[in-house]
Design a binder for this molecule. Structure first.
Ligand code: NA7
Length: 892
């Protein structure tokens, strides 16, 4: 429907008695609610919007405190659904003020004649699903109740202010204000003694302006927050010119980006950059005054790796100390308890410099907590501060607070949302809840929401929901409800995503930690805006996967299942590989496949530094073989791990698993010697197996020369390399040595049978295919030789082998033979630890630089190696144990 027709259309609501009948009821007339109303009307639905405030604007209606501004560049914080609207409005500043943003919403409301379908000054008092009529019944505190088919919460993520939580507020005789409910006429603080409690975005934006007015300002700070200079002014030329040159491309890039702002993913990792290069990047970002830039564009590991992140914290501390003259105040203002970006950083104008003013005092509540508020001021453990005004900038009951405030919400069979969410929000896609048919949340918990540019995430949700409602109508369905399976799968995916970034390491409103008694858990989706969008699209593409659809005249449809079973980063890797349209490796011939692998590995980030990397030659079964040695930075001698690379006995060399070898070396604190054994077809079975044994024997004879610790060796390998490692253990047992203290087998080839379930389940689509394994076997080994235990160790004698750690991956054709091998070892009396990596593919665990969710598995492997060597399983490290060693994931 053209926009003019939309504007002309009157929503076809009807009042039956005291009940307003509509297709869709929306709560909230903010960014989301306004667009919903427009889009639903355009799709031909009758709509009412219920809004507690007296006008449109949502959070921008309420948050009128001094200095209130957007902290995403407003060029990005705009509607994009109508290119004409996009052109009709120009922001005056890089970060628009609250009054300008509110003017924008008024402009939008007028342009599309939205107000006539909004009931202002009205709250929903209760919402009940009527199963018989398949409608939501809403009671309101003002005007008729509402009956609607679909009920949509556009309530915002930060719209339920937290109560003060400090004793004595009622006794205070002065004025009390909340930044989130600031008086519309403004407040004159001239000559007043003012206290501000809270140093989040609202505190940090308002403090410099309050300090200019007040006789004295005392800031009560519980947690110092990272604040970056906004350098506000005109929108920057580079973004403006990109935007104006190709608006459609600019918006589209934002939609598929990680944070909802059109920046590419940074690829250089912190340890690849020199101090000077890092500083240069940081200074550039600091000068740019762009929150998303500094959160995502410094280096690829900044949001995902503890050490890479800590570098930024130090640089910002320097900035704070350079501005704040009093050293103690500077130290108190320097964030210390959370990684940069794990808590929402703030954009400021003169924030730190404000503490140089003679009329400003900082009270560090970590050293002197507030005891009480009295009639005349605030009393801490150490002082009593007399004030005329208290400003609470104490934040919100985020993500769930605004939804739970519109209560009770009662779904199917009397289910209450408060009960369902008693242990934290449960959703499917952050959009729907099982047991609550036809209820939708815009940017609900479980979606990227506050970890993204809200404008992009809101539009994506509104588009998705309205398109679904239109599709339901077109196909005769009247209800849509998430299944429990889909919802549980989403919870698992959320948990998997939460391991990608450092957000989980901070106590924040993202986790519910700011509200006393609130159940804690990371509420926003950390997998990124673009990946999330593709998942929502996938749900539709797979026949509304995870939803039950019903209608009076159509057969029920329920395509149940979990939309993402892969680990989030593995899903991204597979997506990238699919886009690259790579040739089938087996179609390239052995040399072509080797060349391909060499080229492919060139695009891989270098592994992390270790103490020393050397190379040399050792004696194989039939001549010299190259090796690569990785030595830890710690004082030796270290135990030696003999490592065999993967590649189906055909591909790879002593360098091809370089990042994994470095990671093993760093995590285990051991020397890793990667052996370049001979390959088929030039050298078919048993060349690789015999080389493995010969190399291990040679290394055992040269331990001292290699700087290793005297005593038994360890062996390790991945894929065909794990096959060689365990065959080596069998041969060493049978041939009288060398002594091997343990074997680490990662996704091992253990048998030549292809009839196990994993070969059928994971035949294609997960990089290592069934066809590729056939090809490897054919090149390596004749059918007659395949049952030889040197090719299929599962067929050998497994008694008296060294203890083993066997890692297998869920989406790997080799999964079941690996599991069977571990079980057979255990049956034979060999101590075995098994790790079955959920959501991973054959190459996941060795993709050190890419698959971050493999970190915990890699840490366990290293611990197992240390255990085999008789060392304490945990290696003492600087800080790496506190967080994953990994890079290249979503930053948000
Ligand atoms: P925030 O970011 O939640 O900040 C609230 C601040 O208030 C924060 O410093 C809190 O300290 C502090 N606080 C909260 N409760 C107390 C009590 N009881 N005593 C002392 N200090 C307290 O809210 P904002 O409104 O500033 O910003 C919200 C978002 O809006 C922002 O992130 C942007 O996305 C826009 P704490 O850190 O919890 O120790």
């Amino acid at each position: 429907m053209p926009d003019a027709a939309v504007a002309a259309r009157s929503s076809e609501t009807t009042n039956s008695g005291t009940t307003q009948q509509v297709d869709v009821a929306v709560v909230g007339a903010g960014f989301a609610g306004l667009y919903l109303l427009h889009k639903l009307r355009k799709a031909g639905f009758s709509v009412v919007v219920i809004e507690e405030a007296g006008d449109v604007g949502g959070t921008w209606y309420w948050n009128r405190y001094p200095g209130a501004r957007c902290d995403i560049q407003t060029i990005d914080y705009s509607y994009t659904f109508d290119p004409e609207l996009d052109r009709a409005w120009t922001w005056s500043e890089k970060y628009a003020t609250q009054p300008e943003i509110l003017r924008y919403f008024n402009f939008v409301a007028d342009r599309y004649d939205l107000r006539r379908d909004i009931r202002f000054d009205t709250k929903v008092k209760a919402a009940n699903w009527d199963d018989t009529r398949e409608r939501w019944q809403l009671a309101t505190d003002n005007g008729p109740s509402i009956s609607c088919r679909y009920y949509i919460m556009a309530t915002g993520c930060l719209s339920a202010p937290k109560p003060p939580e400090i004793d004595g507020v009622k006794d205070f005789k002065g004025a009390v204000y909340f930044t989130g409910r600031w008086p519309h006429d403004g407040v004159d603080l001239t000559g007043k003694r003012v206290a501000v409690i809270g140093t989040g975005s609202s505190g940090i934006q308002s403090i410099p302006l309050i300090a200019e007015q007040a006789a004295h300002l005392t800031v009560f700070q519980r947690t110092p927050n990272f604040a970056l200079p906004a350098h506000n002014g005109a929108p920057p030329d580079d973004r403006k010119s990109y935007f104006e040159t190709d608006r459609a491309a600019y918006r589209e890039q934002a939609r598929w980006s990680l944070a909802g702002v059109p920046y590419p993913q940074e690829t250089a990792v912190s340890w690849q950059l020199s101090d000077a290069e890092r500083r240069e990047r940081f200074e550039k970002a600091w000068a740019a005054g762009d929150l998303v830039h500094i959160l995502t564009q410094l280096w690829a590991d900044q949001a995902v790796d503890f050490d890479g992140n800590a570098l930024i914290g130090k640089l910002i501390h320097e900035k704070i100390h350079a501005v704040v003259k009093d050293g103690e105040t500077a130290a108190a203002l320097s964030p210390h308890d959370h990684p940069f970006g794990a808590k929402r950083p703030c954009l400021d104008t003169n924030y730190y410099a404000t503490y140089n003013r003679p009329n400003v005092t900082l009270v560090n509540l970590r050293q002197e907590p507030i005891k009480a508020i009295t009639a005349s001021g605030i009393v801490t453990d150490k002082r009593s501060v007399g004030v005329d005004v208290i400003v609470f900038a104490t934040g919100f009951d985020a993500m769930t607070g605004a939804i739970m405030a519109v209560h009770p919400i009662t779904g199917r069979a009397g289910k209450s949302l408060s009960n369902v969410w008693a242990q934290g929000p449960q959703t499917y896609l952050g959009l729907t809840v099982a047991g609550f048919p036809n209820l939708f949340m815009i940017t609900g918990p479980g979606s990227p929401s506050v970890l993204s540019n809200m404008a992009v995430s809101i539009e994506q949700h509104v588009d998705w929901v309205v398109d679904r409602l239109a599709a339901l109508r077109d196909t005769g369905f009247t209800t849509m409800e998430a299944t429990e399976t889909a919802q549980a799968g989403w919870a698992q995916h959320m948990a998997d995503c939460s391991t990608l970034t450092l957000h989980r390491l901070a106590n924040t409103w993202y986790t519910g930690a700011n509200v006393p008694g609130k159940v804690q858990g990371l509420m926003p989706y950390t997998g990124g805006v673009g990946p999330y969008r593709s998942i929502c699209n996938e749900v539709v593409g797979r026949g509304m996967l995870g939803f039950k659809l019903t209608g009076p005249n159509v057969a029920e449809q329920c395509n149940d299942g979990e939309v993402v079973r892969l680990q989030p980063d593995v899903r991204l890797v597979l997506g990238m590989l699919a886009e690259m349209n790579l040739p089938q490796i087996e179609s390239l011939g052995s040399q072509g496949a080797r060349d391909f692998l060499t080229e492919f590995n060139k695009g891989r980030p270098a592994g992390r530094p270790v103490g020393e990397v050397g190379s040399g030659a050792l004696q194989g079964a039939d001549g010299p073989l190259p090796y690569r040695l990785y030595r830890p930075a710690t004082p030796g001698p270290h135990p030696i791990v003999v490592y065999f690379h993967g590649g189906g006995w055909v591909l790879g060399d002593e360098l091809s698993d370089d990042p994994f070898c470095r990671d093993l070396c760093r995590r285990s604190g051991m020397i890793v010697v990667s052996v370049g054994y001979r390959h088929a077809p030039e050298h078919r079975f048993p060349a690789a197996a015999e080389d493995g044994y010969a190399a291990t024997s040679w290394i055992a004879d040269h331990v001292a020369e290699l700087g290793g610790r005297p005593g038994p060796l360890l062996v390790a390998g991945w894929s065909a390399g794990a096959n060689i490692a365990t065959v080596t253990c069998q041969l060493a047992r049978d041939r009288g040595g060398p002594q091997i203290a343990g074997q680490l087998l990662v996704c091992p080839v253990t048998d030549c049978r292809y009839d196990r379930q994993s070969y059928a389940d994971n035949a294609v689509g997960y990089f290592l295919t069934r066809a590729l394994m056939f090809w490897f076997w054919d090149i390596y080994c004749s059918p007659a030789d395949r049952t030889d235990p040197r090719a299929s160790p599962l067929r050998g004698n497994l008694a008296n082998l060294p203890p083993a750690f066997v890692a297998t991956c869920e989406f790997d054709p080799l999964r079941d033979e690996g599991i069977e091998y571990a079980e057979a070892l255990a049956t034979a009396g060999v101590p075995v630890e098994q790790l079955q990596a959920r959501g991973h593919i054959h190459s996941s665990l060795v993709m050190v630089d890419v698959v971050i969710t493999g970190v915990s598995a890699r840490a366990k492997m290293a611990e197992a190696l240390r255990g085999f060597a008789g060392l304490p399983r945990k290696l003492e490290t600087s800080g790496e144990d506190a967080a994953p060693i990994a890079v290249n994931a979503a930053a948000g």
